[in-house]
Design a protein around this ligand. Sequence first.
Ligand code: ADP
Ligand code: ZN
Ligand code: MG
Length: 504
Amino acid sequence: MQYEAVIGLEVHAQLLTNSKVFCRCSTKFGAEANTQVCPVCLGMPGTLPVLNRVAVEYAIKMALATHCKVNDKSIFARKNYFYPDLPKGYQISQYDQPLTQKGYVDIEVNPHTKDFGVGVNGAKRRIGITRIHMEEDAGKLLHGESYEDADFSFVDLNRAGVPLIEIVSEPDIRNSEEAVEYLKALRDILVYLEICDGNMEEGSFRCDANVSIRPVGRKEFGTKTELKNMNSFRFVQKAIDYEVNRQIEVIEDGGKVIQETLLFDSDKGITVSMRSKEEAHDYRYFPEPDLLPLHIDEAWIEEIKNTLPELPAKKRQRFIKEYGIPSYDAGVLTASKELANYYEECVQKYEGQGARGKGQGTAGKNVSNWVMGELLRLIKEDGKDITQPSTFSIQPSAFAKLLKMVDAGSINLKTAKEVFEDVYKTGKDPEAIVKGKGLVQISNEGALIKAIDEVIAANPKEVAEYKGGKEKLFSFFIGQTMKATKGQANPQVLNKLVKERLAK
Ligand code: ADP
Ligand code: ZN
Ligand code: MG
């Protein structure tokens, strides 16, 4: 039987506010344990929470960016459970009246994706968002992180009360690749909005996956399990693949999937039962009596809407159209807002000098080739960050100048790559490097003919063979003259002249 997976994701994103969501403690990461706490976030009796307006603004930004409806009234609720990382004994969250709901994110699934029986390869897919609600984070338990032989755990409450949004998807996702594409789309949006750093390893962007399977063609959903503990995109993909196959095996063996929470063990690549439905928490949600219902007026929503930046999907589309580049290039270049800006500046500077890339299509594509090829390679080599182009030693004006020199024929491509690297490493002016090292391309026919004739004179055997019909040897003569001119010969002129001289 053919099965398809049904997947819904619950994503927690830590908001980049300066202070916590219900008190004025700092949210700064990396401080000494329990130094960013106060009676409110420590859950002392008699303290009262005060809602952080910026956190609400950030949540609304995400809602607008994902086409969600912002409710004019929403309510905070207490989610009750006991755990040492939660001093109040309840988490302030939202339950039946969340801040925002009913949106979507469009994703594009890689053409090379494998698929679980539904024809989704390369297709655009719309993943529904059920709701986005606000809540506070809990503290962090530290197991055996100091006092070497400690057989107990520590608790750090710096994170308690840090604002989160939870983004709950509809069960619209059909395989692990779609899940990862959806997560990447969410993360890109959050990072573009500058409301979350999107760091999965540090836990500021976390995901739980709900997974079930059903025979292809059946409408009803199967029983789902919930997967936790996946702190990278790769682990999300692996955990879902493992779990889908596990469920298929259970069903094929005549068994039943039981509703339970599973932990992904990244070392073994398997999912392990954490608790079954019988042991599931009953959170006894009830409205938070210490916070008023939250009213959001239209004017504020409008105001926030006006501050939204161009979002990744839009930017990608615009790049494809405006710069004539393939969608792959657009995807790479918009991986960070800052890299995208850098690219645009380079194109502008380049076009400003009257240049269009010669023989390589538009200026946009030419710059794209250089960014994706040389620049990203060098950035990777020296561990620079694509969100910080101001730290690159090659700035857009130098970038454009170098490309212009290639167009003008004053240096060839091979030299240009060397100079690019040099500018990248030293920040020197490309023209100065070319002059200083005597790298100017030789297009002067007289000089080239001299070099070619020397090569011909030095290789009588090859000349004879070439004339005897061994045409492959043509590239030998090109190579030898290139070597003699230290790679500075203009390739087009050289080609023409070698042909002419050999024909003599
Ligand atoms: P719960 O009550 O267990 O929290 P919800 O209905 O709130 O379940 O859904 C939680 C998440 O699980 C959502 O992202 C939703 O899309 C997803 N989901 C719900 N039912 C299924 C199912 N049968 N298979 C896969 N995912 C599901
Ligand atoms: Zn506090
Ligand atoms: Mg639920």
